[in-house]
Design a protein around this ligand. Structure first.
Ligand code: FES
Length: 147
């Protein structure tokens, strides 16, 4: 049994310790905002915040989360939309929306660490793939979020 914190609540998963965090979140905790895209660490749809780092949850086992603090898109903002989510809406970034939670989580982590990132820092930190191709609207949304 592994124990850690998800969205400020202690969790204990009675699953194979090698289960990817993504599956524990979606299947045991019903936190389905974190998406399964590729399962190979490439797309970023499954990105969550673990101890202040953007982590692809399909690539980390629940055993490796022991004692750590996980935040998913459901808890990114407790009372109202996070500034990145507000900027996302204002810039009409979303198309199908599937990649959106992972991309927003990656950007939220970036802005927490680097409040006014350069284009190079954005490109290095946000490597999420979007099959709709919303990329031209992402940087304006990030700029709006930091205002
Ligand atoms: Fe984890 Fe694609 S589902 S990176």
């Amino acid at each position: 049994m592994t124990a850690f914190t998800v969205n400020d609540r202690p969790v204990r998963y009675r699953m194979d310790p090698q289960t990817p965090l993504l599956f524990a979140l979606r299947e045991a905790s019903n936190l389905t905002g974190t998406k399964y895209g590729c399962g190979t660490g490439d797309c970023g749809a499954c990105t969550v915040d673990i101890d202040g780092e953007a982590i692809r949850s399909c690539q980390i086992s629940i055993a490796d989360c022991e004692g750590r603090f996980v935040t998913t898109i459901e808890a990114l903002s407790q009372d109202r939309s996070h500034p990145v989510q507000q900027a996302w809406a204002a810039e009409q970034v979303t198309q199908c929306g599937f990649c959106e939670p992972g991309m927003i989580m990656a950007i939220a982590v970036l802005l927490k660490k680097t409040p006014d990132p350069t284009n190079e820092e954005i490109e290095a930190a946000v490597t999420n793939i979007c099959r709709c191709g919303v990329y031209p609207r992402v940087k304006p949304a990030i700029r709006r979020a930091v205002r």
